[in-house]
Design a protein around this ligand. Structure first.
Ligand code: AQP
Length: 335
């Protein structure tokens, strides 16, 4: 089994629309901060984006935009592999094989399916139901030790652990059992219009999330309009979910503790806090936005990075699939 000396990190992100600060604080930022420490593979999971209706043009454009988002955030393709899931067909193949060791009941329990299908189970795609198996394949195909994700993905990583263990006990040691890497801070950035819901790019109300590409004016307007809790004290507390969320965002972008921010705004009220929070977010996103604009203007850069990434990931995936096929008795007869 391929065991690099540094721990292997794998994480994916859907090219399903514009990324928001939840994706950034919960996932991408941690990928960048830990880039030196680990042996990294990052994947734009375009097959997952097919679970909800889309068009070829949209998916293609979103894929390049996502690559540019990740590169602009600081992922260095020399140090980390960045590729598109659909470019490496072993993901889909392994997904089918793993569906034979995944229980129907396990998939039925996935809360993301329940959340995304709502009361419409009859007419959502079967892919929305089965995509957690594809996610398991994405992860364990690369002997992944750690999966840096936001809190919403915890259940899916637990499934990956269960499926890897079940496969290993049925067919012999084949896969590394991955562990989630979920940070205490930023793992669940909440919606600006409802602090009981996670910030989500598929939310119908664009004022509920701050996109990484929002202009300073849009960011300021969204923060000013963000719901607050009753009272006027700028403090994080269980009965102040909206303020707790805004303070968390401030803390991560400014690099100072929530306690320090609370002290700074004692007696100043929500207005002053929100004005400064908008400035903090705008300032933190400015370098990202400049680099992102440069990359968007020259799509050949992303295309080259993704071609190289697919070749590097593809070689590892092919080697692993050969082992899996042998273990499962899927001998090859094609010459
Ligand atoms: N609100 C969030 N707070 C912290 N982390 C989050 N993530 C997503 N939302 C939050 C993390 O971002 C990574 C990429 O997620 P994804 O694009 O694959 O899809 P998702 O988890 O389904 O998140 P979205 O952005 O809200 O998309 P939609 O609206 O399509 O569901 C993951 O690591 C995720 O945990």
């Amino acid at each position: 089994m391929n065991q690099p000396s540094r721990k292997r990190v794998f994480s994916g992100i859907q090219p399903s629309g514009v990324s928001h600060i939840g994706n950034y604080l919960g996932a991408i930022r941690n990928w960048v901060l830990q880039q030196e420490q680990y042996d990294n593979i990052f994947c734009i999971v375009n097959l997952h984006a097919l679970t909800l209706p889309t068009t070829a043009e949209t998916l293609h454009a979103n894929t390049i935009t996502m690559a540019n988002t990740i590169l602009a955030a600081g992922i260095d393709p020399e140090r980390s592999i960045l590729f598109v899931q659909g470019d490496v067909p072993e993901h889909a193949e392994l997904s089918w094989l793993l569906s034979s060791v995944t229980m129907y009941g396990e998939l039925r329990r996935m809360t993301q399916f329940k959340d995304k299908s709502g009361s419409d189970e009859e007419s959502v795609s079967a892919a929305l139901f089965s995509y957690p198996v594809l996610q398991v394949a994405d992860i364990i195909l690369y002997d992944t030790d750690l999966v840096p994700v936001g809190e919403d993905q915890k259940q899916h990583i637990e499934l990956a652990r269960d499926v890897a263990q079940r496969f290993n006990s049925r067919y012999g040691e084949t896969f590394v059992v991955p562990a989630p890497d979920i940070k205490k801070d930023g793992a669940r950035v909440m919606s600006l219009d409802d602090p009981t819901k996670k910030m989500s790019k598929s939310d119908r109300n664009p004022a509920s999330f701050i996109a990484l590409t929002d202009t300073p004016a849009e960011i300021t307007k969204k923060i000013k309009r963000a719901v607050t809790d009753s009272g006027s004290d700028v403090i994080a507390a269980p009965d102040k979910p909206a303020l707790t969320n805004l303070l968390g965002i401030y803390s991560l972008f400014a690099g100072i503790s929530v306690a320090e921010i609370e002290e700074r705004y004692t007696g100043k009220g929500y207005g002053a806090f929100k004005t400064d929070l908008a400035e903090v977010v705008v300032e933190a996103l400015t370098p990202f936005q400049q680099r992102f604009a440069e990359l968007q203007a020259d799509p050949a850069i992303a295309r080259n990075v993704l071609a190289d990434g697919a070749a590097r990931a593809g070689a590892q995936a092919a080697a692993k699939m050969q082992i899996v096929q042998e273990r499962m008795g899927l001998s090859q007869h094609r010459t």
